[in-house]
Design a protein around this ligand. Structure first.
Ligand code: AQP
Length: 345
């Protein structure tokens, strides 16, 4: 039976990305680049390709398989080391989906109805949306809590889902009268926690935006990157002399933030360099910087994609390691909830 004594949780980082299309600059700056930085801190890091989340909206099976491998190539090319981090695809570790069912029975309908991502994605067609899209945050909570992860680096858009994961952990612990699940901490840091669309500075840059011009894909070549930045929507004013002057100028702020995140400097330093000048100065410099930073990544992704069997092998190995952490936590959860587990083997 499960030890019900109060626990202290060692730091463990978990995060994931959906293989729901090609990786964008938003995923890179808001997530992967920070995943690599976390790996360097010497804390245990678990990174997941959340393929079960991807199918909450229709995915062509062959394209999904390819996008999953491409996402793995993106993680590896950006510097995730599969010996130091655990890298795997979610569906190979069934404990995620099993714990998600239990969380479906913990989370309340009212909590999920408040999720803005569901409202944004389902739009006016909520009745036709999959049940999976509605229950998505419960699976996300399971992804994290099945590892007793304590810290989750994400972009700003995932903040509300992480608050829900915290609520689920608190309610579960309260319902069963023990401290079994950690109350996770979102880690939302840096200049690019919300990279916006290049066509509309009020919308986040997203893989599923119908306009390819709205985003920079990690598979874009140098010409495509430069052309998208050149055509990025801006306003007619010169850049302000201080960061405060970016208030109410979503497109200008976005380009400044992207520059800062790519150059690993603060937005104030970008303003110090380009303040008072028009976008004619910032855009070519940003295009050059983006090409310099993304081209090696792009080349490495293409190299890795030439050997899909090796990617699958690495994901399988990562899944074994992930399973060995998740399975005991799932089994303890089943004990706590009152399930009989007498099957041998
Ligand atoms: N625009 C963004 N700026 C900063 N961070 C972002 N992330 C996504 N877009 C931005 C972060 O990337 C991680 C993985 O996101 P995801 O693929 O699981 O789901 P998402 O947030 O729904 O990303 P997309 O690109 O918008 O996918 P689709 O179009 O399929 O819904 C998360 O940490 C997220 O914060």
């Amino acid at each position: 039976m499960t030890d019900t004594s109060p626990k202290s949780f060692s730091p463990r980082i978990f995060s994931g990305i959906q293989p729901s299309g090609g990786l964008t600059l938003g995923n890179y700056l808001g997530a992967i680049k920070r995943f690599v930085a976390a790996q360097e801190q010497g804390i245990e890091t678990i990174y997941c390709l959340v393929d079960l989340h991807a199918i909450t909206v229709w995915q062509d099976p062959a394209k999904l398989r390819n996008a999953t491998r491409e996402l793995a190539a993106g993680y590896l090319a950006a510097g995730i080391d599969p010996r130091r981090s655990i890298l795997f695809n979610q569906s190979q570790v069934p404990a995620h989906a099993q714990l998600a069912w239990i969380f479906n029975c913990v989370a309340r309908m009212g909590w999920l109805r408040r999720m803005t991502q569901f409202k944004d994605k389902a739009g006016k067609h909520a009745e036709e949306a999959s049940v999976g899209l509605f229950a998505y945050p419960n699976l996300m909570a399971a992804d994290i809590l099945v590892y007793h992860a304590t810290h989750v680096p994400v972009g700003e858009d995932q903040k509300q889902h992480l608050e829900l994961a915290r609520d689920i952990a608190i309610k579960f612990n309260h319902d069963f009268g023990l401290e079994f699940f950690p109350v996770v901490e979102p880690v939302i840091e840096g200049a690019a926690t919300r990279v916006m669309s290049l066509r509309d500075g009020t919308k986040k840059m997203s893989k599923s935006d119908p306009s390819d011009q709205s985003r920079i894909n990690l598979t874009d070549d140098a010409d495509a990157i430069a052309s998208k930045i050149r055509k990025a929507r801006t306003d007619p004013e010169p850049l302000p002399e201080s960061v405060d002057g970016l208030e109410g100028r979503a497109e200008a702020r976005n380009l400044v933030n992207i520059y800062a995140a790519l150059a690993d400097i603060a937005p104030a330093e970008v303003i110090a360099q380009f303040g008072g000048q028009g976008f004619g100065a910032l855009k070519p410099a940003l295009a050059e910087l983006a090409v310099e930073k993304l081209s090696p990544l792009n080349a490495e992704m293409r190299r890795l994609m030439q050997d899909p069997a090796e990617i699958d092998r690495l994901l399988g190995e990562g899944a074994e390691r992930a399973h060995s952490i998740a399975q005991p936590i799932l089994e303890q959860t089943l004990d706590i909830v009152g399930m009989i587990r007498s099957r041998r083997g």
